[in-house]
Design a protein around this ligand. Structure first.
Ligand code: FE2
Length: 504
């Protein structure tokens, strides 16, 4: 993403002429006048050879330096001015190009302008160097204006892209990280932090470029009063020099004098403004103070980020509520079916032991844990006379029971962070030989966490009393697991469970 670029950058101006006397007078006159009066940092290079000029342009481009303007004589022994421009145009397409030519060369200069190789030509001999200064200054102003417009355009495009990126995120940490990165780039500063309101307190949630010892005191790092002030007044604060602001009394961090603190406020459709937190920026890379433009940029960024943060927080709350509902469903299910009481918890424990033995990573183990707790929640959709039936089920009843992994998955699916767990839950009754349900997938096509859960689930079912049979002893259940390894169950998962139990 491109940010807006400001600051005290150096702009090179190349003057090329084989006439060294003319070059010398240009150096004395032009260089002094333009360097002295312009607000930008212009650096003149006076060169007498086009080949040398091409080399220098290559070096400057490689060095990522900007070349604002190139002025060249037309008639030179090594190369004509127009050919020089033709050769260098693609290397420096943004630079202003001026040709100095005698009356005789005007025709080719005009065609070069039409071909977009030149921006302007001036006729030699230059009678009044003041006129030349006016022309160059005018062209440089145009160049700077175009640069600013380009930068603004890039910034707006970047902001749009940034907004789109944020709105596609479901993870708060990603939203904050991207906001930090974009702010650092757009403001050309090295330190940015984001604090969010949590239960009425501002808590540091993300930071970039801030040493650990300062992070610990983050609330007071700028000034304890700043954050409160920004949030209360719902207005950003731009401080150019801390020493000049009387109400800033506590200064823990003396490394910088200028900062911006902008509130992150979500403006909902009902026109209610909801304060979410603040963004703080310090340490501009060029050591200059922040200015009004920077303030506008931060305000843009914080209002863009506010939408994504608010959406994410709303989604998080919704998901938490939904999760609570699922937990309540699981409890209701276990209350309804006394034989399954504690089943999910035990399956989770067994699955966790297998996963540990098989050296699954933390992410996979967490996934398995969530899936194990929720795997049978879909049984809530099975009627009592089937679920609690003391006798063997009829084939039709069995078909209904077999729906429960799909129902479990459908219940879990709306929670974004449980999507993957939903997939595992769907497959917890698949068999290793492909004769399971609901999708009859086999072997390694069944996700490993689902194969692990099948072992844990089977073992717990065998060692629990059911309405139609007594629980097996642990030894008998283990023998059954071994017997079913390779047909119903993944032999690797069975072996891991057995070795875990053997170790005690
Ligand atoms: Fe099940």
């Amino acid at each position: 993403m491109e940010g807006i670029s400001k600051g005290n950058k150096r702009y090179n101006i190349i003057c090329l002429d084989d006439d060294r006397i003319f070059l010398k007078s240009l150096k004395m006159f032009l260089g002094n006048r333009i360097i002295r009066d312009e607000p930008y940092n212009y650096n003149f290079l006076f060169l007498d050879s086009p080949l040398k000029a091409i080399r220098i342009i290559d070096n400057l481009v490689e060095d990522k330096q900007e070349i604002a303007l190139v002025m060249s004589d037309q008639v030179m022994p090594q190369m004509q001015g127009i050919d020089f421009f033709r050769q260098t145009k693609n290397k420096i397409p943004e630079s202003v190009r001026i040709l100095l030519t005698g009356q005789a060369g005007m025709g080719s200069a005009l065609s070069a302008i039409n071909e977009n190789i030149l921006d302007k030509y001036l006729t030699k001999p230059i009678k009044d160097l003041d006129d030349l200064v006016v022309t160059i200054r005018h062209l440089l102003n145009e160049y700077q204006l175009k640069r600013q417009l380009d930068a603004q355009h890039k910034f707006i495009a970047g902001l749009y892209e940034f907004g789109n990126f944020l709105n596609a995120q479901t993870n708060l940490a990603m939203i904050l990280e991207q906001t930090l990165a974009f702010t650092c780039q757009a403001l050309e500063c090295s330190r940015v932090s984001i604090m969010l309101l949590e239960n009425g307190n501002l808590t540091l949630k993300a930071a970039r470029g801030i040493p650990k010892d300062i992070l610990k005191h983050m609330v007071a790092a700028i000034d304890a009063g700043v954050a409160t002030r920004v949030l209360k007044q719902q207005e950003a604060i731009l401080v150019q020099d801390i020493d000049q602001v009387p109400w800033l009394t506590r200064k823990i961090n003396q490394e910088y004098k200028s900062f911006i603190s902008s509130p992150i406020i979500y403006a909902g459709l009902n026109a209610l403004k909801k304060p979410l937190g603040i963004i703080n920026a310090t340490n501009k890379i060029d050591n200059k103070p922040f200015d009004e433009d920077d303030l506008k940029i931060v305000n843009f960024i914080s209002s863009t980020a506010s939408i994504a943060i608010n959406n994410q927080q709303d989604r998080y709350r919704l998901e938490q509520n939904y999760l609570n509902t699922i937990d309540a469903l699981s409890l209701a299910l276990e209350a309804r079916d006394p034989y399954s009481r504690g089943h999910s918890f035990r399956v989770m424990k067994y699955a966790e032991a297998i996963a540990k033995n098989m050296k699954l990573n933390n992410g996979e183990r967490n996934l398995l844990k969530n899936a194990a707790i929720l795997h049978d929640v879909g049984k809530i959709g099975i009627k009592d006379h089937i679920l609690l039936k003391p006798d063997r089920l009829t084939p039709e009843e069995m078909l209904q029971i077999r729906e429960h992994p799909k129902i479990s998955e459908a219940i879990i699916l709306p929670i974004s962070f449980l999507k993957e767990a939903g997939r595992i839950v769907r497959h917890h009754h698949e068999r290793f030989d492909g004769a399971g349900y609901p999708d009859q997938i086999k072997g390694e096509k069944i996700p490993l966490p689902a194969r692990i859960m099948a072992v844990a689930d089977t073992y717990d079912a065998m060692t629990s009393n059911r309405p139609y049979r007594q629980a097996l002893s642990a030894d008998a259940a283990l023998r059954e697991l071994e017997n079913n390894a390779g047909t119903q169950l993944d032999p690797g998962c069975v072996e891991s469970f057995l070795s875990h139990l053997r170790r005690g």
